[in-house]
Design a binder for this molecule. Structure first.
Ligand SMILES: *Cc1c(COP(=O)(O)O)cnc(C)c1O
Length: 367
């Protein structure tokens, strides 16, 4: 390891997918948006497929086209088409598109005319997350408008929605969203729209809300081995990423040495300061300064002072440390290192954000 390195355990990704498939006997769309949550889009997708995923899901069209360019032929859903996206390219590449609004429907129909090919679409209803999806008030109109083209210009593959609070078991809004989804399916059926796939469940719902499974689950974070629930998950999830960085300097300093920008840490005795080659440009959040821990020289040690763009310092009073020593920032936790969940807690965020912020300088190494 020369610099900061993210080791990705592809077998863990495959294992997690297969565990989720066994838990819910429905199709599984592995969500690989944002570079497969920082693990690498194409390797992450292939590992998920090896584990039994039958679909892939992404936010943006270029992500879907990258999967196709890599020769991946399974169904791919792109759920955030943007004004100006080349939807003809999506249709030619056989990418499924989510339709939340009239403008998307119009753009898809224009692309169908341009390509002379049918588009595969999933109609999205907002059941109470207030992100994408037609509101309940506009849903009948969207279904009616899309239904006119079903079987001809459009193959209406799916009807879908997204839960706001599946990571809080027992949250009353989840039952309300389930009921709203059932109503939306009835409205679709009344307008002659009978999708092959009804889907609603992100990782938290796939793990904790059996009634949300319908025909397909859409886990993302759990595919990468992270439990989004505040309670232990019903299946064994193995974290796929281990983040490491080398010590580049180890210096002896006296007591009372103020450390890093702002001098927010001061040594209390004669000690060794290890300078670690990873910073916030690599995805180490600045907020873990004086809060987060790493595994170095045999035990967990607190980061000393502020995290900088390219480096941070760890005070090591009780062990020998030299340049080239390995520092484990986070990993599965099986060798004494902190986990991503520990890091998220220290940083005041969720593991998803930390994974997707592991920077472009960090080399991904696949095992
Ligand atoms: C990101 C995303 C998912 C996956 O969410 P996780 O919580 O990571 O499992 C599923 N569906 C949609 C629409 C998403 O945006």
């Amino acid at each position: 390891m020369v610099g900061c390195e993210a080791e990705v355990d592809l077998a863990a990704i495959a294992h997690n997918v297969s565990a989720l498939r066994r838990l819910r006997a429905v199709e599984l769309m592995a969500v690989v948006k944002a570079d497969a949550y920082g693990h690498g889009l194409v390797p992450g997708a292939r590992a998920a497929l090896a584990g039994g995923a039958t679909w892939l899901g992404v936010a943006y069209l270029p992500e879907a086209l990258t999967l196709r360019a890599a020769g991946i032929t399974v169904p791919v859903l792109c759920w955030l088409p943007r004004p100006g996206d080349d939807l003809a390219a999506a249709i030619r590449a056989g990418v499924d598109l989510s339709i939340s609004d009239r403008w998307v429907l119009d753009d898809v129909l224009a692309a169908v005319r341009l390509t002379g090919r049918q588009a595969r679409v999933h109609l999205k209803v907002d059941t109470g997350c207030a992100r994408a999806g037609a509101t309940a008030a506009r849903w009948p109109e969207l279904v009616l408008a899309a239904g006119k083209f079903a079987g001809d210009e459009l193959d209406v593959v799916g009807v879908w929605s997204h839960l706001a609070n599946a990571d809080q078991p027992g949250h009353p809004s989840t039952d309300r969203q389930l009921a709203a989804f059932a109503d939306a399916l009835d409205v679709a059926a009344a307008h002659g729209v009978a999708p092959r796939l009804r889907h609603l469940a992100n990782s938290a719902a796939a793990l904790a809300v059996p009634a949300a499974a319908y025909d397909l689950i859409r886990p993302g974070i759990a595919v990468f081995g992270i439990n989004p629930l505040p309670v232990p998950p019903p299946v064994d999830l193995v974290p796929a990423m281990t983040l490491r960085a080398p010590v580049v300097l180890a210096r002896q300093v006296p007591a009372g040495t103020p450390v890093s920008y702002g001098h927010e840490y001061v040594t209390t005795g004669q000690t060794t300061l290890a300078l670690v080659a990873a910073g916030y440009a690599d995805g180490v959040p600045r907020s873990v300064g004086n809060r987060g821990s790493v595994l170095l020289a045999g035990r967990r040690r607190r980061i000393s002072g502020r995290v900088c763009m390219d480096q941070f310092v760890v005070d090591v009073p009780d062990a020998s440390v030299v340049a080239g020593d390995e520092v484990v920032l986070f990993g599965p936790g099986t060798a004494g290192e902190p986990t991503l969940v520990d890091w998220a807690r220290a940083a005041g965020t969720i593991p998803n954000e930390l994974l997707t912020r592991v920077g472009p300088r960090v080399r991904r190494v696949y095992r």
